[in-house]
Structures are given as structure tokens and as C-alpha cells.
Design a protein around this ligand. Structure first.
Ligand code: PLP
Length: 457
């Protein structure tokens, strides 16, 4: 047994800087240390167990410790533990994975470029948007629009897309030329009796007004997550993406779909783009690509983007971009095995079955006085916590009721995500119906506790 001074917690505090963490608070309260995990259950170093209803960071749809993925990594590492793709070098796992991805991707996608993380995939997408318009001799077309509340990553360019002010503050970000339009949050931002369609039209009109004000010849691309995950699983209002794409086409602006969370069945379709009628020019994916077992991401592109890259690489001597671990053989082998497992489980039919059980559980929760709204598709859902269920009155911004529910849930052995006054769920695809029921039981207890605390009942 470690002495207190030499405990894992003390060593963590002494040596480790955590991402997305209040560093002062961390010094005072220390870390929550995970010891091991299996299926949808996580076990800490004090023997507590937690039902994970959000697949880690939306990334472990086959649950924890999947034997086949461990074996795929091991076998590949024994055969070829490293190989890069620079300067015409290649290897079978990367070739096979690119082929497989294109076989399940939207038809307009023509080529694949690998990286390790979602942020990198979005960074590359930004570079390719610029590369493309430079190839067309339109270097002034370079501004990029995304949405407030969006999450596209943490690296310098990807976080400039991200619409979270706390991730820009004191970092001298966002970079110039990154603009943000409204978050499409119908429940929170609709006006009076405005319908979803009218709300979507208003947002598309606002987007068009911004483009015109900026000068359409300077606007290059629009980035969007089909479902805004880190924003709290916010679904687009009816007709939103159709209207937005109408505006983008009018001004020759590219659409980049960030499928880092929504890819591989999460929304009930293979891609969020298919679920919401999006025709992307570029599409990033990660996370479920390798079921979270090893880091790998991919950027898929249409033929017109690829043709521009060909031209540019001819002009400059090469496509002068790359990452050491892009398409790493072990990561690619694990991703291939992951896609094989999805195929064997008849992914979309399987998710449709689970989704109906998930919906039953969440609809049951909707009767709770703290729950004002439920948004869900496939196996991703967000719940809006409200002060007054009757009127739909929201809790004041910054009250972070979601944190209170997350803390109560943790005490009841349930993990989910929170964002402001929303809580979000994205369970693993291997979750059982009983475990979905258990999410409901634990969540209701947590909501009851927070309701009693806030409303004195
Ligand atoms: C939609 C979306 N895009 C990009 C990212 C960034 O991915 P990564 O953390 O792998 O860089 C995330 C991470 O959660 C995400 O949710």
C-alpha cells in the first residue's frame, strides 16, 4: 500500500498537468483515478464502479478492453510496429483502411488522409480549404465560419473553429479570419411561437447576412458537427442544414462536416451527414473509427478538393504536409478490426434496436420536473435542465446545473457529460438493455437530489 505522500494521487498532483481541468482545484481535490474498465463499466482505485453512459469521450462504442482490438494491435505491432506514409511509402493496413472507409463513406468522398486526432483532422481540413482556393487563384477566399458552442478541437487552428470563449481567452485566439454564427439551439433560442423551420430560416438568413457583410469573395468554408456533441448533444432544427447549404452554394463556400463524434452509426445512420442531408466537401472522423482503442483520425475529401491538391503539389514540388504517426500501422489495423466488428454486428440495425430502448428510458426521465427538453437520435441524446417545467424557464446562464447533476450521478455510480445546463449521453453500442435501464434508475436518483437541493423539495 502506498503511503499517503507517495500515493498515486499525490504523485499525480506533483507531476501531471491535466487538460480541460481547473488546475487550482486539482491541487486541492486531486484526481479521480481509473484503475481498469470492462464493457461499459469503469472501476476506480478505491473499488467503486461507474456505469459509463457516454463511451469515455464519445469514443469507445465497443466498450472497454475489447479482446479483438487488443489482438489486432498486438499482431500488427509484432509484424510492423512503425511505418510512415511520407514520400511514397505505404503499408497494407493504411491502404486497406482507406479503401474500407471510402466504401462506407458518402458517395462524394474520393480520397482519405490520415492523422491521429480529431483536432489534427480539422486542422488539415482548414489547410486544404486554403490550399484549394489558392489552387483556384482565389487566395482572398480564406475566412472560415463555424458556430458558437461548437467543438472542433484544441490545436491552434481547430480551437479557432471551436466556439467556446473559455478556450480562446488568454491564448490570443481565435486566429484572424475565424468567424462564428449562432448555435442552432431551438429549445433555448426560439422566439415566441417560432416553428423549427422558421427558426432554421432565421439562422440561415443570419449566416447569409454575415457572408454578405464580410464579402462572399473572402469566405471559404463553413464547418459544422451534424450533432453538437460537446455543446450538450444539440440536434439541428428541422430543415437547418438544407437551408444553410443553400446559402453556402450560392456563394461558393465549402462545407466541412466534423464527424468526429457522429461518424460510424452514432446518429442512427452511418454518418451524421446522411442523417441530416449534408453533402460535405470534406469530412473529418476519429474516435469510433478505432473504438477509442488507439488514436487515429481521417480526413475524407471530394474529388474536386483532391484535384486541386494534385495541382498544388505539382506547383510546389510536393504536398508539403504530414504527421509522423499518420496512418500508424497498429492504429490502422485496430481501426480495420473495429470496422469489421461493426459490419459483423450489423451496426445500423443493432443501433436502431438499442435506440428504441434508449428512447423509452429517456422519455421516462422526461416526466422529471428538472427536465425541459430531450433531443436524441440513434444513440446520442441531450437533456435540457430547466428551472420551471411549465413555462420552460431556463436556469440562469452560468449556473451550471449540469455540473451538479454530474456530481450527483457520480455519487450514484453513473458517468455522463455536461455542458452548462445540459447533460448528454452516448452509450457504447455493446450496452445491454438492462444497463440502459440502470442509466435511467441512477439518473432519476441524481435528478431528484439536485431538484431537492435547488427547489428545497
Ligand atoms: C466534434 C469534435 N471534433 C473534434 C474533436 C477533437 O478531437 P481530439 O480531441 O481527438 O483532438 C472533438 C473532441 O471531442 C469533437 O467532439
Amino acid at each position: 500500500m502506498d503511503s499517503l505522500a507517495n500515493s498515486l494521487a499525490a504523485r499525480d498532483i506533483a507531476h501531471l498537468v491535466h487538460p480541460q481541468t481547473n488546475l487550482q482545484l486539482h491541487l486541492e481535490q486531486g484526481p479521480a483515478i481509473v484503475d481498469h474498465a470492462s464493457g461499459v463499466w469503469i472501476y476506480d482505485d478505491e473499488g467503486n464502479s461507474f456505469l459509463d453512459s457516454v463511451s469515455g469521450l464519445w469514443c469507445a462504442p465497443l466498450g472497454y478492453a475489447p479482446e479483438r482490438l487488443a489482438r489486432a494491435a498486438y499482431d500488427q505491432m509484432r509484424k510492423l510496429s512503425f511505418a510512415h506514409l511520407y514520400r511514397h511509402n505505404s503499408h497494407e493496413p493504411a491502404i486497406e483502411l482507406a479503401e474500407k472507409l471510402l466504401s462506407i463513406a458518402p458517395k462524394s468522398m474520393s480520397k482519405v488522409h490520415f492523422q491521429s486526432t480529431g483536432s489534427e483532422a480539422n486542422d488539415v481540413a482548414i489547410k486544404l480549404v486554403w490550399y484549394y482556393f489558392n489552387a483556384l487563384g482565389r487566395p482572398e477566399k480564406r475566412k472560415i465560419i463555424s458556430r458558437h458552442g461548437a467543438y472542433h478541437g484544441s490545436s491552434v487552428a481547430a480551437v479557432s473553429l471551436t466556439g467556446k470563449p473559455d478556450m480562446h481567452a488568454q491564448f490570443n485566439l481565435p486566429l484572424d479570419g475565424f468567424l462564428h454564427v449562432a448555435c442552432p439551439h431551438y429549445f433555448r433560442d426560439r422566439r415566441g411561437g417560432e416553428s423549427e423551420h422558421a427558426y432554421a430560416t432565421r439562422l440561415a438568413d443570419d449566416l447569409e447576412a454575415l457572408i454578405v457583410e464580410q464579402d462572399p469573395d473572402t469566405v471559404a468554408a463553413f464547418f459544422a458537427e451534424p450533432v453538437m456533441g460537446a455543446g450538450g448533444a444539440i440536434l439541428p432544427p428541422e430543415g437547418y442544414f438544407e437551408k444553410v447549404q443553400g446559402v453556402l452554394r450560392k456563394y461558393d463556400i465549402l462545407f466541412v462536416a466534423d464527424e468526429v463524434i457522429t461518424g460510424f452509426g452514432r446518429t442512427g445512420k452511418m454518418w451524421g451527414c446522411e442523417r441530416f442531408s449534408i453533402q460535405p466537401d470534406l469530412m473529418s472522423c476519429a474516435k469510433a473509427l478505432s473504438a477509442g482503442a488507439l488514436p487515429i483520425s481521417a480526413l475524407l475529401m471530394s474529388e474536386k478538393i483532391y484535384q486541386a491538391m494534385l495541382l498544388q503539389s505539382e506547383r510546389t514540388g510536393q504536398f508539403a504536409h504530414g504527421h509522423t504517426f499518420a496512418g500508424h500501422p497498429a492504429c490502422a489495423a485496430v481501426a480495420l478490426e473495429t470496422l469489421k466488428i461493426y459490419e459483423e454486428m450489423d451496426l445500423l440495425a443493432h443501433i436502431a434496436r438499442l435506440s428504441s430502448c434508449f428512447a423509452d428510458m429517456l422519455e421516462g426521465i422526461c416526466s422529471h420536473p428538472l427536465v425541459g427538453d430531450l433531443a436524441m437520435t440513434g444513440l446520442i441524446a441531450g437533456i435540457e435542465l430547466v428551472k420551471d417545467k411549465g413555462s420552460g424557464e431556463l436556469f440562469p446562464a452560468g449556473m451550471n446545473v449540469g455540473v451538479k447533476v454530474a456530481e450527483a450521478s457520480r455519487r450514484h455510480g453513473l458517468l455522463h457529460r455536461y455542458a452548462g445546463n445540459r447533460i448528454a449521453f452516448a452509450p457504447a453500442y455493446i450496452i445491454s438493455q438492462d444497463e440502459i435501464g440502470e442509466i435511467g434508475v441512477r439518473l432519476r436518483k441524481s435528478l431528484d437530489e439536485v431538484h431537492a437541493e435547488l427547489c428545497g423539495k
